[in-house]
Design a protein around this ligand. Sequence first.
Ligand code: ADP
Length: 187
Amino acid sequence: MDLLLLGPPGAGKGTQGVLIAERLGIPKFATGDLLRDAVRLGTPLGLQAKAVMESGALVSDDIIMGVVGEELRKPTAAGGVIFDGVVRTIPQAEGVAALLATLGRRIDKVLFFDVTDEEILSRIEKRRGIEGRADDDPVAVQRRLKAYREQTAPVLDWYRGRGGVTTIPAVGTVQDIADRVKQAIGA
Ligand code: ADP
């Protein structure tokens, strides 16, 4: 099964993604984690992405599609993948659909993690104290929310037009949300 997690920054996609990956036994693929590792290691990809990420803007579609292509070629991805925060623009949605089609696959389900801006701001502020992410400072957070509204929110409509989107109210405890996810994917 190929599953896509969509929602604003701080919606809890990463946390739920780990739980779903364990349950379904398929890998979780988060471009944000992959890019942060690349920045930490100082690889060419990391050097390209660092400033853009820290500003809160989106990394270019070309770079993201290169990374997605590489991930989907891995043998471990053959049985399906949980895409966590991977598709953030319409060109990425089209690119992922095209890549999966070459493998005879499609996004089987989209889970939209629905949460208010207020809740997001308070979660990110908490996370900032714990993880110290450069893009969790208030100016970068505002830019990330703007990028979400302008570039990623239209992706939700793109998938809605194709069916298979379930909205998960993403407030409550981790367990509450995990239960809603279980119901949505039937596993
Ligand atoms: P969050 O969901 O909390 O904003 P992520 O860890 O998913 O954080 O992403 C962090 C940053 O990495 C983004 O703000 C962006 O700069 C970059 N990034 C991650 N995934 C993508 C993507 N699919 N397209 C463009 N940029 C991305």
